[in-house]
Design a protein around this ligand. Structure first.
Ligand code: PSV
Ligand code: MN
Length: 386
């Protein structure tokens, strides 16, 4: 196989998971702007996600969020997805939208609230059993606002205890992905604020516990690719929540704010052997002012473009320059790959996969956007908490 053929073959195996919540209405804490044609049910979210996969060919799974995507029959929901050519992906838990969780969930000082939170996580594993999902994604809004409010160390003990109970419940082939976030909604301490804390808990729990890197959950200037390299080196990178940020947890389209950062991350993924099914590549985004389905198509394409560039890095030339201490040449090799226009290559890849080479235009022509506006009349549109 030529090198280019190997790059193309790798790109055809790519899988970017889209989040069910990206198809629903969303907004800021100031206003949620409703859009026409937005799904009313988890099934309709899957219908939209199937369109993203139909036109990109690399978005075969959809993450669910419980309770937002709660249904009576999860096996039937999995079948609904499969009938449309997609599968159900990670199950995202929610221990942040209940009055009981004002002072935290799994780290709460009251054992009864901790019990409720852990029971919810166990319920999510039960849903995984029914859907065939392999990943339980955990993000905790836990933390404190004021010094002295609670015992920092005690909260870590409670976290470890709760996670251990859920870990024990995981079946064969199931894992938990622990996400960190440096602040918000808590502002003084956050119980899982960084990759080091997530890593320490996952290490103690065992091989089925892995760290998730949400690209929006870092302080400005953080070298995220270093974290990626380190976690991969330790065998503890479970996946990504991709999105873009300018200021905080903005959840904008991945690759929009800083495509160079996305490339650097994907380069470390490729370099560290992480371009594999063991690492979940998920989007965690919201589309507040732009049309949702094309925004998700664009996001998937942005990940694809960064991946193609990362795969094109001339590893031999880079290694030789690095060993020779040729700083400028090493940097030039990396930048050559980044500056390559990979759009023609991706058009070829899509044609070889039997797809339209231009997913955005193909979606526009498909008439799906008009159809959902005409058909999805009445009912309660999905959105935060819906
Ligand atoms: C909140 O910050 C958040 O965006 C986390 O990143 C989770 O992954 C996501 O919500 C879904 O619960
Ligand atoms: Mn996330």
């Amino acid at each position: 196989m030529t090198e280019l053929a190997a790059v193309k073959a790798a790109l055809k195996t790519q899988a970017v998971e889209t989040p069910s919540w990206a198809y629903g209405n969303s907004g800021t804490r100031f206003k949620v702007f409703a859009q026409h044609g937005v799904p009313r049910t988890p099934q309709e979210k899957l219908d939209d996600a199937a369109k993203v996969h139909e036109f990109t060919g690399v978005a075969p799974t959809v993450a669910l969020h419980i309770p937002w995507d709660k249904v009576d029959d999860y096996a039937a929901l999995a079948k609904h997805a499969e009938d449309r050519g997609v599968k159900l992906g990670a199950i995202n838990s929610n221990t942040f939208q209940d009055d009981d969780y004002k002072l935290g969930s799994i780290c709460h000082p009251d054992a009864a609230v901790r019990r409720k939170a852990v029971d919810h996580l166990l319920e999510c594993v039960g849903i995984m059993d029914a859907t065939g999902s392999t990943d339980l994604k955990l993000w905790f809004a836990d933390g404190t606002n004021y010094p002295g409010q609670d015992d920092i160390r005690g909260r870590q003990d409670r976290l470890a205890e709760g996670l251990a109970e859920v870990y024990e419940r995981l079946g064969d082939g199931q894992r938990m992905l622990l996400e960190y976030k440096f602040f918000e909604p808590a502002f003084y301490t956050t119980d899982v604020p960084d990759w080091g804390t997530a890593y320490a808990h996952c290490l103690k729990l065992g091989p089925k516990a892995q760290v998730v890197v949400d690209t929006g959950h870092h302080a400005p200037g953080t070298n995220i690719e270093f974290i990626v390299a380190t976690l991969l080196r330790e065998g503890k990178l479970g996946g990504f929540d991709f999105n873009s940020r300018f200021y905080a947890d903005d959840d904008l389209m991945v690759g929009a704010a800083d495509p160079f950062q996305l490339f650097r991350i994907m380069y470390e993924v490729v370099r560290g052997g992480g371009f594999s099914p063991e690492v979940a590549f998920m989007l965690d985004q919201c589309h507040n002012i732009e049309a949702k389905i094309p925004a998700i198509i664009r996001s998937v394409m942005n990940v694809q473009e960064a991946t193609a560039k990362a795969l094109l890095v001339d590893g031999d030339a880079l290694g030789a320059a690095q060993r020779a201490g040729d700083v400028l040449e090493a940097n030039a090799v990396l930048m050559d790959a980044y500056n390559t226009d990979v759009r023609p290559l991706l058009r070829e890849v899509r044609e070889e996969m039997g797809l339209d080479p231009e997913p955005m235009a193909a979606y526009r022509r498909s008439g799906w956007a008009e159809r959902i506006v005409a058909e999805r009349v009445g009912g309660q549109q999905a959105g935060w908490g819906a």
